[in-house]
Design a protein around this ligand. Sequence first.
Ligand code: ZN
Length: 199
Amino acid sequence: MSILEQVLAANRHFVEYLPDEYIHYCPETSKLPKRHLAIFTCMDTRLVDFLEPAMGIKRGEAKVIKNAGNSVTGPFEATIRSLIVSIYELGVKEVIVIGHLDCGIAHTTAESLIQKMLARGISMDAIKMIEAELKDWIDHFHHPVDNIEEVVIKIRSNPLIPKDVPIHGLIFNPQTGQIEVVVDGYQACTNSNVANREE
Ligand code: ZN
């Protein structure tokens, strides 16, 4: 059975025996996150069905944005777009950036990716188009904790993100499920408010 067939077979069974918790889900709150929270994390497979329970987050409570290495690469790239919609349209009042230990991006290099793309027949012209951006992204990712600090700064300093939205930075252990705080977003908000009052 192909992966697609496996998914569709699982879906037929799922729909037929839909658990009560999904049947009784409240439709009027389905789009707006009940906890007014956006979570930005990594696409790592170990986080699937593990990160949200570890954070006490249930269906309908938060927006979850994912990409490789929970990276932000520009002032209006995909994550920032998702955060803007979450904040201005969907009632998000706080953002948690949560990376994880042993993130694969820390062990990947632009050169390794380029060699693998070339081996799969991708043209050098196509690679040249993204080479500088690729290096800037992946070769600067050395440690997931440093990345969290940098990503929080990028979001916090983005002129499109309102200053009253706390941006927290956390690190997740994909083995134990433990979370540690890297950046307490409330402090940055407080400092910003103090700074504004002094101006
Ligand atoms: Zn990762």
